[in-house]
Design a protein around this ligand. Structure first.
Ligand code: GP9
Ligand code: MN
Length: 427
């Protein structure tokens, strides 16, 4: 019941409540939010070459004109893209197994689209796939999206499709006219598709070689990543040509890894680095750009994750977040929570990476050995103080979802309702 929420509320107010940046508060007030989901894009291809060629020329150049976070981690599990959507909209963790989009699509949430909807925004999603994939149609409705431009909104032919469906360049191009019609300001998500496993691409769309290794997946990946880079470049141009650019901020984010640890050998050859558990965690970094026209931006290297997006966007848009309950904190805040938790209990702090019961130096990857505590006999090291808190935090988030606990919370005056009051509200 609502009692469990008492502890959780207390935890969130004490451990994850930090003052959002005053300097960035409201800098994008009233602007459209164009949020591009970069399917399967990982940070390791950015500012990198393959056979001497730059893999992502446009995205590399965009770093100089954006707030770019180079130590930003995805926190998804089995729900893949849908988990990343859930993290962004709710600042809650996805579930340890299964997809929350399927299992808890009827819960009460206090989502970003709902809050923005109440602040005069039009929340919408563009994605050229069946509306019921990942149960999106049901979940989007519940989260407060006004409209979902699904595959039915696009002209999809054999020529303009590959792999999972409509090619990304076509997808963006066909989306522009809709963007000019919908009410502004909007909060619009664009979910790309071409850079999806198994990374198939028509030969005429390839502008970089395949890689040469024992992994067909990694070999193909560079070509679809380059295609994604070009699609985003074209989209920026279309936004400028249509006049939408000036009134918008553009967020670009990788949703989750594309190359699993099944491809260790090829990855280790490409990166010229031994594939350790430490490297595996570091490969969970995905790019995050916040591009605000008129701002020079900067590269921000502090540790960060998808859990942090909701409070960050709300603060940029000038929405007060003091009554919200989130596990993430504003990315521009001076003081932030000092760890990023991955869904499997691994975590990253300023100095350490912890995974599979081993503590590593974040910068060198060296293992940090423990010492035996004389009193308890327990082996402790620099990661030990965080282990319990990370478990606690993930479990609190799970409790909120499993127990549908936000139905007991009145966000306006921050009070916990009793079972009877909840029944009354619903009747
Ligand atoms: C499907 C697309 C890809 O609509 O979002 O889903 P994924 O397999 O990456 O979760
Ligand atoms: Mn995905």
């Amino acid at each position: 019941d609502g009692n469990e929420l008492t502890h959780i509320e207390e935890y969130l107010k004490e451990e994850t409540k930090f003052e959002p940046s005053e300097e960035m508060h409201g800098v994008a007030e009233g602007k459209n939010v164009i949020f591009v989901w970069l399917e399967s894009l990982q940070t390791f291809v950015l500012n990198n070459t393959m056979n001497g060629e730059e893999v992502t020329p446009f995205l590399n150049s965009l770093i100089d004109e954006s707030y770019y976070f180079d130590n930003f981690y995805h926190q998804t599990e089995q729900g893949k893209t849908s988990d990343s959507e859930f993290l962004v909209d709710n600042s809650l963790y996805p579930l340890p197994s299964g997809a929350v989009y399927f299992t808890h699509a009827q819960n009460d949430y206090h989502s970003l689209p709902e809050i923005l909807g109440n602040n005069g925004y039009f929340p919408t999603v563009f994605h050229a796939n069946n509306k019921s994939f990942w149960n999106r149609d049901v979940m989007y409705d519940n989260l407060g999206y006004e409209h979902f431009f699904d595959v039915e909104s696009y002209e999809v032919t054999e020529e303009n499709s590959i792999g999972w469906g409509l090619k990304d360049k076509e997808f963006f191009e066909q989306s522009i006219p809709y963007m000019q019609e919908i009410p502004q300001p909007f909060y619009a998500r664009f979910i790309t598709l071409t850079n999806h496993y198994p990374f198939d691409l028509a030969p005429e769309d390839a502008t970089i070689d395949k890689y040469d290794s024992n992994s067909r997946t990694l070999n193909n990946y560079f070509q679809t990543v380059r295609y994604l880079d070009e699609s985003v470049e074209a989209f920026f141009q279309q936004l400028k040509d249509s006049g939408l650019y000036e009134d918008s901020i553009i967020v670009l984010m990788g949703d989750h890894y594309g190359i699993s640890d099944f491809h260790k050998k090829a990855m280790s050859t490409y990166l010229d680095e031994e594939y350790t558990d430490y490297l595996h965690v570091q490969l969970q970094r995905v790019p995050l750009y916040i591009h605000i026209p008129g701002h020079d931006g900067e590269v921000i290297s502090k540790i960060s994750g998808q859990i942090d997006i909701k409070p960050t966007l709300l603060n940029l848009l000038g929405v007060d977040t003091s009554n919200d309950l989130t596990f993430g904190t504003d990315l521009f805040a001076e003081e932030r929570k000092d760890f990023i938790a991955l869904r499997d209990g691994s975590f990253i702090t300023d100095e350490y990476v912890y995974t599979k019961e081993t503590c590593y130096d974040r910068f060198t990857g060296e293992i940090i050995e423990g010492v035996e505590d004389e009193e308890t006999g327990e082996v402790v090291n620099s990661c030990s103080p965080y282990i319990e808190q990370v478990e606690q935090e993930l479990s609190y988030s799970d409790q909120i979802i499993y127990g549908d606990l936000f139905r007991f919370y009145d966000f306006r005056d921050q009070t916990i309702l009793s079972e009877d009051e909840v029944i009354e509200v619903n009747n």
